[in-house]
Design a protein around this ligand. Structure first.
Ligand code: ADP
Ligand code: MG
Length: 239
């Protein structure tokens, strides 16, 4: 199963600050959707509301036609990959990857098989018994992605997963994410402030700015037909 995600009239405030103002968009099953925008525009907040890590003030979020905005994160069928990896230092790589599955009662043999397969795909099979402090930043990021893969989620949510990697590794991991996307049939939402990442990974891009959606479209459409000065400047369209 893969998720079709519907976001309807979402508003989010922190105290008197309105971060997102009446946002609506649909993400198709198996789509690679990128949320692109400058720092502080609400990308993470929107993703965290989909994940269930932030409450929605107004509006609805539905997955495959069912409202999920009142469900706890673990019941939404989603897996999130964070910028800072969020892996546990006291657990081995294999234990980290198994962690999210233990409390949804997946059988041990199934867990082991999924870990083996994900580790093979991510080329971290030889690292499964290591602790995170024995890994490079790029390897830690793979573990975080592996932990999401073994959950077999209906959608993957990535919050700037490449931004802590150095330039060369960022490019390589970006290419690998594109490959992963072809192997794992799942909806993907990818948050970034980097227009090159957005252009190379996305089926469609949502450009966010100043509490609103500026434009939604395919990368070439956004690039060659920006609807506003802001979009043109942000994606570096020729003038
Ligand atoms: P982005 O991910 O696009 O950089 P965020 O979603 O993290 O933006 O933040 C959007 C705005 O909301 C920013 O102004 C940020 O300072 C504010 N914000 C984010 N989280 C909180 C919070 N927990 N409490 C108060 N303000 C927050
Ligand atoms: Mg953010």
């Amino acid at each position: 199963m893969t998720a079709q995600i519907e976001i309807k009239n979402i508003t989010k405030r922190y105290g008197s600050l309105t971060v997102l103002d009446n946002i609506s968009l649909s993400i198709a099953a198996n789509e690679f959707m990128v949320f692109l925008g400058p720092s502080g525009c609400g990308k993470s907040t929107l993703l965290r509301m989909i994940a269930g890590l932030e409450a929605v003030d107004e509006g609805e979020i539905a997955i495959n036609g069912k409202r999920i905005d009142n469900l706890p994160p673990g019941k939404r069928g989603l897996a999130m990959v964070f910028q800072n990896y969020a892996i546990y230092p006291h657990m081995s790589v294999a234990e980290n990857m198994a962690f999210g599955l233990k409390n949804i009662s997946v059988e041990k043999s199934v867990i082991d098989a999924r870990i083996k397969e994900a580790a093979r795909m991510l080329e971290i099979s030889h690292l499964l018994e290591r602790k995170p402090n024995q890994l490079s930043g790029g390897q830690r990021q793979r573990v975080a992605i592996g932990r999401a893969i073994v959950k077999e989620p209906e959608a993957f949510l990535f919050d700037e997963p490449l931004s802590n990697l150095d330039a060369a590794l960022r490019v390589r991991t970006r290419v690998e994410l594109a490959q992963l996307r072809n192997r794992v049939a799942s909806t993907m939402i990818f948050v970034t402030h980097d227009q090159i990442e957005a252009m190379t990974l996305a089926d469609r891009i949502v450009v966010l700015n100043n509490r609103k959606i500026e434009q939604i479209g395919e990368p070439m459409e956004i690039y060659s037909r920006p609807v506003s000065e802001f979009v043109a400047r942000f994606v570096g369209s020729p003038t």
